[in-house]
Design a protein around this ligand. Sequence first.
Ligand code: NAD
Ligand code: UDP
Length: 319
Amino acid sequence: MKKILITGAAGFLGSHLCDRFIKEGYRVIGMDNLITGDLKNIAHLFPLEQFEFHHHDVSNFVHVSGTLDYILHFASPASPIDYLKIPIQTLKVGSLGTLNLLGLAKQKGARILVASTSEVYGDPLVHPQTEEYFGNVNPVGPRGVYDEAKRFMESITMAYHRFHGLETRIVRIFNTYGPRMRLNDGRVVPAFMGQALRGEDLTVFGDGSQTRSFCYIDDLVEGIYRLLFSDYAAPMNIGNPHETTIREFAEEILALTEANQKIIYKPLPTDDPTQRQPDITKAKEILGWEPQVGRSQGLKIVYDYFKSLTKEELQKKEH
Ligand code: NAD
Ligand code: UDP
């Protein structure tokens, strides 16, 4: 049985990746320090003999006994609200955490895939974003703690690949949504759905003309799975190219949830990117991958998930 270490296992993406690799017959070690994750996302895996959980901060030395075939490094705060609240931990997990996991991969002879982000393109001047674009990031702005940690992550991963011949993969993930997102993590999908369910007005930041392209979780997991088993070591975009303005998106959520509230406008956060859309030519050609789940279908599934939460969970305000 092949063994895989998944960091950030109790988070949104990590928990879905644990599910996928358990389903594929792997022995899965989930690792997480629970700083933004929740054990309830993987509670269903605890009874399984093929699954074990290590409560550990990967910015400190990472030890795994025995053999290891693959590592997926997904540990990092991912929502702007989270990484602005814990900026140093965010920088540490992207830099020291990545270094520790590359060292572990080298020691074990394991292949490692690291979770990068569309944020490496910053506020992009090229549209849609191809992997060749170097980006437009403000390194000293508030969002820089996340963007630069991920840029360093990519850089050190390529250095281990070139210098040590390590088998590495880099996925640049664009905005992804699905069940197990924290309702109050501040990202726009749970934010709007939470507001719709609580009977609050939807808060659009700025004038809502900024764009994003939202990918459903199952499509992302499939893309990551194919990338891991490909021969492709350079960064690859995985995302859904179907772009929308945030204002149109708010209207879409109001229609879906049949909510009677209105849209209200709040100040745009510093360095909030004005447009974002992945160019997925490489994923199509090299992995034969493209998204299968349309936005209306995916949003309906997520809405049903959020509706199933208890009243207490719905009212819980973290920020
Ligand atoms: P999440 O906050 O739900 O999950 C992150 C997990 O990492 C949490 O369980 C958290 O407790 C854990 N973690 C954070 N720091 C850690 C540390 N030092 N040691 C051990 N565990 C730690 O976020 P997510 O949306 O699941 O994102 C997962 C990864 O994917 C992140 O690396 C993120 O940068 C990347 N990503 C996500 C998206 C997206 O749209 N969700 C987009 C681009 C990139
Ligand atoms: N946004 C918004 N209202 C909210 C939360 C977010 O208008 O309540 C906007 C945010 O300013 C950004 C977009 O929605 O332009 C996506 O935000 P998110 O935090 O989900 O992701 P990111 O900015 O990292 O792409």
